[in-house]
Write a protein that binds this ligand. Structure first.
Ligand code: EPZ
Length: 423
């Protein structure tokens, strides 16, 4: 297991390219199951989550070729049983369920385990697929879905107690592309990654309207064909580097971003006193560290609200921002694993009932810390950039799940970091 040593105090300068979106790539890779023809998907980030998905597709019988960011997948012959050993390692594997059911009339996928950010139920996924005519059974930790007479369009409301479900919307939308008749998904997730998946499916010949809004309408078709698609930029990676630049940067430039997808993140960074400038096309932004900083109140919400995936990173930035900040995560109320580690570095944070109250301190100081989940780990890297001393972050595999070459990108910006093999 690798660890990252971050020597605090370096000023970040220069520019980096933001990678393609991990959270758009995962359902799009799964969507290739819906056709027997070649799908060419570009700008797939080289992270362990996309590698897991590629392994799952190969284990299902897909022919997969990957060269740098481009993946070619051909699901000519495909099995309907996803391998437990691989599925259990990544919760997002659940998004093969909808395409498998639509293509094969049967899908066997293991119930995902929980994870540190909270219980990860799939009841909304199953509500939607059942509404399309699937029979749902559970056996030996597996979900077994069957639809021997094929799937039929239906009106489905996917809202849960914590709002819409991103992967649940993806699963139902993908299954509905090959169902007979019209499907309407109410209370759909409107994340850019859902819209990117819908664009990919429409290019395959699906008939989807309304993606990117709360109401998606899918007219079923007989079959889908191969396609070429380029994945959207990763707005969470971009937001993470935006926070790094606000913390420790001087005019850091991020290329290959999408201004439209980053409004809530940009607003939060600017509310705390920094300045973000986009170019005319909105695909390059420059962050200017402010000198009149202040705490902010943040509540995470489904898109276009402030993303839960940027909650930990913003907490790290606010830990040394003068004033009091109140951060509430309405989507994953337990997603505060990073706070205990930040407190070991000297942060003043009280966590209670899904809310973190952060009192900005002058400086953090290095301490050996442990990554716990993808975004919490990124928060620890950010905090270490300006902490006094050298911070060791262990269990780096959490970061490698969703950030493509994060140490190389930080080095390109002048950060003083080194990845070392942990004995
Ligand atoms: C996606 O997960 C993202 N993952 C997560 O990013 C992100 O945090 C999450 O959406 C919320 O934005 C990918 O896209 C691969 P949800 P997903 O279903 O779809 C509850 C990262 O860091 N819920 O939108 O699994 C659920 O418990 C990852 O990149 C149900 O109650 O999340 C949560 O409270 C972490 N029943 C809320 O809905 C269900 O059937 C939103 O979850 C499904 C979800």
């Amino acid at each position: 297991m690798d660890k990252l040593i971050v020597h605090g105090g370096a000023t970040l300068r220069g520019s980096i390219n933001i990678s393609g979106s991990k959270n758009a790539s995962l359902p799009i890779l799964a969507g290739a199951i819906l056709t027997g023809e070649d799908c060419i998907i570009r700008r797939v980030p080289d992270v362990s989550d996309t590698n897991y998905m590629i392994q799952i597709l190969s284990a299902l019988g897909a022919d997969v070729e990957r060269s740098s960011g481009t993946v070619r997948i051909t699901c000519a012959e495909i099995s309907d049983e996803a391998p437990y050993e691989l599925v259990r390692r990544m919760r997002a594997s659940i998004c093969v369920m909808g395409p498998l059911l639509a293509r094969k009339g049967r899908a066997v996928v293991s119930l995902p385990g929980g994870c540190v950010i909270g219980d990860r139920p799939v009841d909304l996924h199953l509500r939607g697929l059942e509404a399309l005519g699937a029979k749902v059974e559970f056996e030996g930790g597996n979900i077994i879905l069957t639809a021997k007479d094929g799937l039929k369009g239906a009106e489905i409301d996917l809202r849960g107690t914590h709002g819409p479900t991103v992967l649940g919307t993806d699963n139902v939308m993908m299954a509905a592309t090959l169902a007979e008749g019209i499907t309407v998904i109410e209370s759909a997730a409107a994340e850019p990654e859902v819209l990117d998946l819908a664009n990919f499916l429409n290019a395959m010949g699906a008939k989807i309207t309304g993606a990117g809004t709360r109401r998606i309408v899918i007219e079923g078709v007989k079959e889908l064909k191969g396609v070429e698609h380029t994945v959207i930029p990763d707005r969470i990676e971009a937001g993470t580097f935006m926070a790094a630049a606000a913390l420790a940067g001087e005019e850091v430039k991020l290329r290959r971003v999408c201004r439209e997808h980053m409004k809530a993140i940009t607003a939060a960074i600017e509310q705390s006193g920094h300045r973000v400038e986009f170019n005319e096309a909105g695909d390059v932004c420059t962050i200017h560290r402010g000198d009149n900083l202040k705490g902010v109140d943040l509540v995470t919400a489904p898109y276009p609200g402030y993303p839960t995936d940027m909650q930990a990173q913003m907490t790290a930035l606010l830990a040394t921002t003068p004033g009091i900040s109140v951060i509430k995560d309405t989507i994953f109320p337990q997603r505060f694993m990073h706070c205990a580690e930040l407190k070991r570095m000297g942060a003043d944070i009280k966590v209670d009932n899904g809310t973190a109250i952060v009192r900005g301190v002058e400086k953090l100081s290095a301490a050996p810390v442990m990554a716990s989940d993808l975004r919490a780990s990124a928060a620890l890297v950010l905090a270490a950039l300006t902490a006094t001393g050298s911070t060791q972050i262990s269990r780096l595999y959490h970061i490698d799940r969703g950030y493509e070459h994060i140490d190389e990108k930080l080095l390109m910006l002048g950060a003083n970091v080194e990845r070392v093999k942990e004995r």
